[in-house]
Design a protein. Sequence first.
Length: 160
Amino acid sequence: MARLLARISMLVVALMFFGGCGKTEKLPTTRQATIKGSVSNGGKSIDMDSTVTFFCAEHDATFGAKIDSLGKFQMVPSLKSVGIPAGRYKVMIRPPEKAAQTVGSNDYTEMMKKTNAANVKPEAPSNIPVSVLSFETTKLVLEVQEGDNVFDIDLSKLPK
């Protein structure tokens, strides 16, 4: 009987010790938003792997997603404990990152020639207006509500 009580005591202690290990993520207490949609320019999809990023100053929240080959995106919060809060979001859209060129390659040589030229400004992608390339210049502001949000953004219809 003493052995049985000792084993049960050890089991209880082990469960208490290991049960406290590992952090559990708390879920938000308010209903959160989901965001999905598409980005096009005059009815044509923009470049695949471009990114659409939403920023809400009120919640200091930033969420981004890659655009697929059909021009669609879906935002998923990296932490469920944060979720996507409702609010007014500035929207920035950026082209895909260019792959690094190998030193000595023709692409690398051309890039260096352009970089070393005086007063050369980076080229803006032809299918994404310059105005939405940063949060400082974008005039694209969307109201995200609790629950499901679908935004189909046509860049050709943005105010100039």
